[in-house]
Design a protein around this ligand. Structure first.
Ligand SMILES: [Zn+2]
Length: 329
C-alpha cells in the first residue's frame, strides 16, 4: 500500500497538505483551491481493482476512526466518535468474568478519551462511558467513578507492573474460588494464574441456535471416542481430525489394537455403528491426551494396549462418576 500511495501521490494533480493512513482509512487535508473529487478520481484510476470512497466534512465535522474532528476557525478540535450503530454493550457487570477484566474495560475507555479528546471537551466525553457502564451494563456507580478518576489522574504516573513469576497457569474463571486459588498459587508456589471464561453463550450456542453438544455433530473434530466390541470390551482413542476419517482407519488397519482383538477372538464383532463420542472440540493435543488418559482410567477399556499419558495422582478419577468436569490443563 505504501508504494501504491507514493506512486499515486507523486502523479497527483496537486499535493494534499497532509495524508495519514490507518490500514484502509486515510485522512487528508487539501488546500481550499483544490477539489477533493479530482483527487478521488485520480486515485480510482490508479488500479483497476482498488476502489476508493470519500467522505467530506459536514457542518465542520469529519469522523476518522474513533475520533471526531471539528474544523473550527482556529484549529482542529478532536473529540470521541462512535458510529451510530454502536450498541454500547460491553461485558455486563454480572457476567462471569474476573473483576479486573471489567475494571480494565472502564480504564481503557477513560484512557482513550483522555488520549484523543481535546481537554476542553474531556468532561463531556467522560460522561459517555459513565452512563454506558452504569445504566446499560450494570456497573456500580462508585466503581465506575473511582476507576475513571484514578485513570485520568494517574495516566502518566502508572505504577510499574509487578515482576512476573517464571511459571504461569491459565485456569477457568469460577468466581470467588478462582481468587483464592490464584492467591494460594502466588503465595505458596510462586505461580501466576491467569483466567479464561469457561462457558460462554458463544461456546454453548451455534449461529443456528442449536446446542453445540456432540449429539448434533456426528463427525466432530478433536474428540475422544469409544468403540465397543460385542463381547463387552471397548477401545478408547483420540484424534484431532474428523472422527469419520479416524474411524475408517480403524476399520482398515491391520496393526491397531482393535484388529489385534479380532485376530485373537475371531468370533467377536466390533459394533462400528454405535461408537461413542466422549468429548469433542478439544483442539489442544495435550488436553486431548489427558482427556483420553482420564477416560481410560475411568472406563477401563480392555482393548487398549496402554493407559495413555502419565496422570498425576491428584487427577485420580472416580470410576462411578458419569461426567467429567476437568478443564484446567
Ligand atoms: Zn471382543
Amino acid at each position: 500500500m505504501t508504494s501504491f500511495e507514493e506512486s499515486a501521490l507523486s502523479t497527483s494533480p496537486f499535493q494534499p497538505l497532509c495524508w495519514y493512513r490507518k490500514v484502509d482509512d486515510t485522512f487528508t487535508i487539501l488546500d481550499l483551491n483544490h477539489n477533493p473529487a479530482e483527487l478521488l478520481d485520480h486515485l480510482i484510476k490508479q488500479h483497476a481493482h482498488i476502489q476508493f470512497t470519500m467522505e467530506v466534512e459536514a457542518q465542520h465535522k469529519l469522523p476518522f476512526l474513533d475520533v471526531s474532528l471539528e474544523n473550527s476557525s482556529e484549529r482542529i478540535v478532536p473529540t470521541g466518535y462512535r458510529k451510530p450503530i454502536h450498541t454500547d454493550q460491553y461485558i455486563h457487570y454480572l457476567s462471569n468474568h474476573h473483576p479486573q477484566i471489567k475494571q480494565a474495560i472502564v480504564t481503557t475507555l477513560a484512557r482513550r478519551a483522555k488520549a484523543i479528546c481535546d481537554p476542553a471537551y474531556l468532561l463531556d466525553e467522560i460522561d459517555h462511558p459513565k452512563r454506558t457502564f452504569i445504566t446499560l451494563n450494570g456497573y456500580p456507580k462508585q466503581l465506575v467513578n473511582e476507576t475513571i478518576a484514578t485513570t485520568l489522574q494517574h495516566q502518566n504516573d502508572r505504577l510499574p507492573k509487578p515482576e512476573p513469576t517464571p511459571i504461569r497457569v491459565n485456569i477457568p474463571y469460577q468466581g470467588k474460588i478462582s481468587h483464592q486459588i490464584s492467591r494460594l498459587l502466588r503465595k505458596t508456589a510462586c505461580v501466576d494464574a491467569t483466567f479464561y471464561s469457561d462457558k460462554t453463550l458463544k461456546n454453548i450456542l451455534r449461529a443456528n441456535g442449536r446446542g453445540g453438544s456432540d449429539q448434533t455433530n456426528p463427525n466432530p473434530r478433536g474428540c475422544i471416542y469409544k468403540i465397543n466390541c460385542d463381547c463387552g470390551s471397548s477401545y478408547i482413542g483420540e484424534t484431532c481430525r474428523p472422527f469419520n476419517i479416524r474411524l475408517k482407519e480403524h476399520k482398515t488397519s491391520v496393526k491397531s489394537a482393535l484388529s489385534e482383538h479380532i485376530v485373537n477372538y475371531p468370533n467377536h464383532s466390533i459394533d462400528w455403528k454405535n461408537t461413542e463420542i466422549l468429548a469433542s472440540n478439544i483442539s489442544d493435543w495435550r488436553r486431548r491426551k489427558l482427556w483420553e488418559a482420564i477416560n481410560i482410567r475411568r472406563l477401563e477399556p480392555q482393548i487398549n494396549r496402554d493407559q495413555g499419558v502419565y496422570l498425576p495422582s491428584a487427577w485420580c478419577v472416580n470410576k462411578d462418576s458419569q461426567t467429567l468436569n476437568i478443564s484446567a490443563v
